[in-house]
Design a binder for this molecule. Sequence first.
Ligand code: ADP
Ligand code: MG
Length: 311
Amino acid sequence: MSISEFGLIRRYFTRPLSNRSVNQLGIGDDCALMAVPAGHELAITTDTMVEGVHFFAGADPRQLGHKLLAVNLSDLAAMGAEPVAVTLALTIPKIDASWLSEFSQGMAQLAKQFSVDLIGGDTSSGPLTLTLQAMGLVPQGLALKRSGAKVGDFIFVTGCLGDAGLGLKIEQGYYCSSPERVLQQFHQPDPRIAEGLRLRNYASACIDLSDGIASDLKHILQHSGVGARLDWDKIPRSKQVDEYIQASNDWLLPLTAGEDYQLCFTVDPDKVASIPIECTQVGEIEAEQGLRIQRSGQISQLEDKGFEHFS
Ligand code: ADP
Ligand code: MG
């Protein structure tokens, strides 16, 4: 049975709105309408996932739906914004009912967890390309920017680093005796929304780790006009990542592999004792420009090995 573009939108993507005070009009008209509450700013972000670039052909559609939303919510988390709405630009080669059903459910399940409404989008035929725009609210002036880090601030991360990178290696054939947790991190990351919200009055700067801390922390350093030193021994790592490093000697993985979607943030020393979330201190902001890593008693420059699309 074939359905029209409008039938597709109705069947797979139209759901009752949960955030009615903000989302005044959802799918169906030329535009959606949002009412931004007084005293708030709207945080807006977009991420695209292209088949063959960001995910393998034939990837599980339910996981894709989850991940597309998760990577966008992660950007909102990094700003300390509370997610309220998303729009979806969907380019698909053909109408595949089971693919659409799985994809939309993967997205809807995570959306429900954070009370995010899908309020509009666009649907087109073409090579599989998934683009989501996410919108969130943050009280005026409280957004966590990349630009506020000061010399002497401590650097923290949530969770463990390198799990998603190891998950990718496992998908590419690396043997791991207990892969479940890292594969879950890779395929279905959990956006750190609650942590981002709690950091509003604590972090001087914040970023989410999409490309690896070696590359992402540099954005904080550049925007803030400072440098930093990371301490290898303090980098939080799962048992699986430590086993991988022992076997391969690839100790850079937790620093340079992408897609962990944890938060990396800086905190003034006076506020460190009262940080309201679970996190690990991994380094310190310094006046000397650049990013250094201290390992086995030696300090060396940490090269930027983040993924670049056009290099
Ligand atoms: P227009 O021609 O005005 O761009 P469309 O025909 O593209 O409108 O879309 C009709 C309605 O469905 C709009 O409200 C649009 O936001 C929504 N929509 C289209 N595609 C999607 C999608 N993939 N997910 C959610 N909403 C969608
Ligand atoms: Mg349209």
